[in-house]
Design a protein around this ligand. Structure first.
Ligand SMILES: *Cc1c(COP(=O)(O)O)cnc(C)c1O
Length: 395
């Protein structure tokens, strides 16, 4: 049996998303900026896709800009708020220590340009409170950027409440909702969000396409100069097929959410309960305020990388953290941010489920992981020290 349980890294495209894309590769391949009919068919498809995405987020179509993915949307949102801030003499930005690197590295760049960055501490459950945000806001704060749900530990942030604090203090609020879009109900107006990033390939759409919601009246900064596409805010001939497909995938995911989310969450909970039976294991991220598909557990005395390789042999595709850090031996910055010691953070396993996973697959994972953990502990000098009492158990 092969089980794909790394849906936080990317998802398989849905049939709907593939079918939506094909006509724009085969027949309506015109440039949407051209005046003849095959160009206009593409332009109309873009219009419809913008309406669809806006409908899923509760905003107006003109508040949506299509991008090359979540990373670009994050970069554009942050650079936009930074530029507005600089014009008003405000160069302080608030974020958290457990953001995606698309946010953290953009903030590092701004720090080198003289911006003052405050990274809020994250509680052990992986949640930042509105009170922390309120306390950190200063006269010169131009942006608060806090992710909607964490990609490694799945914790969902109190977004409407954080947005409310920002509104009251007159500070722009951006959220990286790449893990949330298509998985949780989003309403940018009701949730006090000024800017929001999403990415097609995290909800069964294609890779290399995403969107940025930016509340009207906020002047977007261009990252890419050139033609007047996307109302002059993002140059380059539009990825028509990708955009149409992403919109179809988002609509499908949002339409089915009431049915899929509880079903996925039930598989998640069975997985969490089963894996926590393994001695000296701990759940990362909040138990209830959690993405329906996210399981993240640390096992003491083993290396996450060895665990992943052995799980691959057993047919289970999983991750030890984010795809971006795998390949490096540094422990996850997210696990360190919630206070896990290095030696614990190294033994992490992330399983991220989606609506196409099955109960049989959960059974398979529950059979394989305890076996592999026991096997690896059998070879581990650290585990031997822990068991003989030479070293103290941390969990
Ligand atoms: C995947 C991901 C991104 C990056 O999106 P891409 O479309 O791959 O650029 C950004 N933020 C979060 C939270 C993600 O999970």
């Amino acid at each position: 049996m092969r089980v794909y349980a790394d849906n936080a890294a990317t998802t398989k495209m849905s049939r709907t998303a593939i079918d939506a894309m094909l006509p724009y590769l085969e027949t309506h391949y015109g440039n949407p900026s051209s005046l003849y009919s095959i160009g206009q068919e593409a332009a109309e498809a873009l219009l419809a896709a913008r309406e669809t995405v806006a409908g899923c987020l509760g905003c107006e179509p003109r508040e949506i800009t299509f991008t090359s993915g979540g990373s670009e949307a994050d970069n554009q949102a942050i650079m936009t708020a930074a530029a507005i801030g600089a014009r008003n003499g405000k160069k302080h930005i608030i974020s958290t220590a457990f953001e995606h690197h698309a946010v953290l590295h953009t903030l590092n760049k701004l720090a080198r340009q003289g911006y003052d960055i405050t990274l809020l501490d994250v509680h052990e459950n992986g949640i930042v409170t509105p009170e922390q945000v309120a306390e950190a806001i200063r006269e010169d704060t131009c942006l608060v950027t806090i992710m909607y749900a964490n990609n490694e530990i799945g914790s969902i942030q109190p977004i409407p409440e954080i947005g409310k604090v920002c509104r009251e203090k007159g500070v722009l609020f951006h959220t990286d909702a790449v893990q949330a879009a298509g998985h949780l109900a989003i309403d940018v107006k009701a949730q006090n969000i000024d800017m929001l990033s999403l990415s097609g390939h995290k909800f069964h759409g294609p890779k290399g396409v995403g969107a940025l919601y930016c509340r009207k009246g906020i002047p977007l900064t261009n990252l890419i100069e050139g033609g007047a596409q996307e109302r002059g805010k993002r140059a380059g001939t539009e990825n028509v097929a990708g955009i149409v497909s992403m919109a179809a995938a988002l609509k499908e995911a949002c339409d089915n959410l009431d049915e899929t989310a509880p079903r996925v969450a039930a598989m998640r909970d069975r997985l969490i309960d089963g894996l926590l039976q393994i001695p000296h294991s701990v759940l990362n991220g909040d138990r209830t305020s959690r993405l329906p598909g996210n399981v993240n557990i640390c096992f003491e005395g083993i290396e996450g990388e060895s665990l992943l390789l052995m799980l691959d042999d057993e047919g289970v595709c999983a991750s030890s953290g984010s795809a971006c850090t795998s390949g490096s031996l540094d422990p996850s910055h997210v696990l360190l941010a919630i206070g896990r010691p290095h030696e614990i953070a190294h033994g992490s396993l992330r399983l991220s489920l989606c609506d196409t996973n099955t109960d049989e697959e959960i059974d398979h994972i529950l059979e394989v992981v305890p076996k592999v953990v026991t096997h690896l502990r059998g070879f581990s000098p650290v585990w031997r020290d822990l068991e003989s009492g030479k070293r103290e158990h941390l969990i």
